[in-house]
Design a protein around this ligand. Sequence first.
Ligand SMILES: C[S@@+](CC[C@H](N)C(=O)[O-])C[C@H]1O[C@@H](n2cnc3c(N)ncnc32)[C@H](O)[C@@H]1O
Length: 369
Amino acid sequence: MTDFSAIHTPVLLEECVRLVTPALSKPGSVVVDCTLGLAGHACAFLAAAPNARLIGIDRDAEALAMATRRIREAGFAGRFTPVHAAFDELSGVLAGQGVSAVNAVFMDLGLSSLQIDENDRGFSYSHNAPLDMRMDVSQKLTAERVLASYDEHALERIFRAYGEERFSRQIAREIVRRRESEPLTTSSQLNALVDAVVPQAHRPAGNPAKRVFQALRIEVNGELDKLASTLPQAALHLALGGRIVVESYHSLEDKEVKSFMSLGLHADVPAGLPVIPPDAQPFFREITRGALKADESQVESNPRSASVRLRGVELTRRLPERFASRFEHVAQGRSDTGGPAQSGNASRDKYRRGNARRNGPTLISNRKG
Ligand SMILES: C[S@@+](CC[C@H](N)C(=O)[O-])C[C@H]1O[C@@H](n2cnc3c(N)ncnc32)[C@H](O)[C@@H]1O
């Protein structure tokens, strides 16, 4: 038997179980794990909620196969449905399963340790590998393609927005200059390029290319856009009393989650209105009191938890009609991976005005596993 917990240690496992499973007490309850990974969280949910079944989504076919094996070995196969899809296909996934309402939606964003440690996938700056970085290897856009085809401004924007890289402009300029004579195809080449551009005196701790790699990964996988279009879909499918629980590891992810959740945590009226009409009352209840973080001992035993922000809400009444239609509008503008980064964090306006971007169909279809 494989020791899956040695490959990936789930972050804040007990806290996630405590937040998710109260919504799963009734027979026939459904929980969607949008980021199944190696099923560490999923197995714990299934163990703690014997009445629930779990739909597990992952866009990484290898992770999905390992998770399926782990769940079978744990004896939960009868309550588990694996789905190979990107999580922003949530509505289609549920329709495909004949499910209209769910009791909990869980997300543990980012990469699993399996993906980081697989040297040939190019996620890690510490191993020389082709610049791939796709979570779903059937997708066309790779990091190499981004570096070869985006113009200087688009590259700069990605490094700045997703990597908070101080030398974004200089790095982007150097990429465009170098690629004219030699294509950038490996992580070693990118490491060397960043190393040559970032002055010694201004280097952050660790590898100077760390932020550039992170930014490329977010872009290649459309991570922020996918998150922004999944949260409204989760709310649209939530049964009364249902819960959305999200673990983020990047400030922009957490910002997106926070701004989405806050839409339902406050009365939808102009400040100072003396009486709040029933339809403008909040529709979410916060179940985490802001963001939960890992404590020192958790970080020590699982360094991946150092940057985690865990947030959760419960649906306390039916979604007001105007939010339901805004969320539908945003969800329909589901993101594609395949174009230069836009601002990436315009979520509040998006939900308020319903001006979702339409980027065309996704490259990934919903393949049932
Ligand atoms: C941090 S891991 C999840 C680990 C899992 N909670 C566990 O305990 O084993 C994140 C997983 O989500 C998947 N993932 C990331 N973005 C996704 C997306 N947009 N759609 C579907 N899966 C995604 C990754 O492939 C990865 O396997």
